[in-house]
Design a protein around this ligand. Structure first.
Ligand SMILES: [Cu+2]
Length: 124
């Protein structure tokens, strides 16, 4: 009987997890980006592109890029790919010197929810 009760509880937890994760799918999660996480790239990228799971609002979305010695990189205004509302494109306005870079992103998806995260890449 106790085993049966445990199974009922774990089934309930499983269903809760499924429901929660499908609700979370409505937010814009970062799927892929260029340069990729922990990539070593050469030449230095002139744009940074981020692909999300949902459409995003470019006016409320953007990135901050920090380079070696905590120097903040000048980036242009984030825009959305005209053909793909899930892709954010950010021009890099200075030539990146070799070193490791931190990209901190924040977006608002078309449903109004905010998400954020960060990753790093290296310029060789
Ligand atoms: Cu959402």
């Amino acid at each position: 009987m106790a085993i049966f009760a445990k199974r009922v509880v774990s089934l309930a937890l499983f269903i809760t997890a499924l429901t929660t994760s499908s609700a979370a799918l409505a937010h814009a999660h970062l799927k892929t980006h260029s340069p990729a996480s922990d990539a070593e790239v050469s030449p230095a990228p002139q744009v940074i592109t981020l692909d999300f799971s949902e459409g995003i609002e470019p006016n409320f979305s953007g990135i901050k890029v920090t380079g070696p010695e905590q120097v903040v990189v000048n980036v242009g205004k984030a825009r959305r790919n005209a053909q793909d509302e899930k892709q954010l494109i950010v021009p890099v306005e200075t030539a990146l010197q070799p070193g490791r870079y931190l990209v901190e992103w924040h977006v608002v998806s078309v449903d109004g929810h905010k998400t954020k995260g960060d990753y790093q890449f290296t310029v060789k």
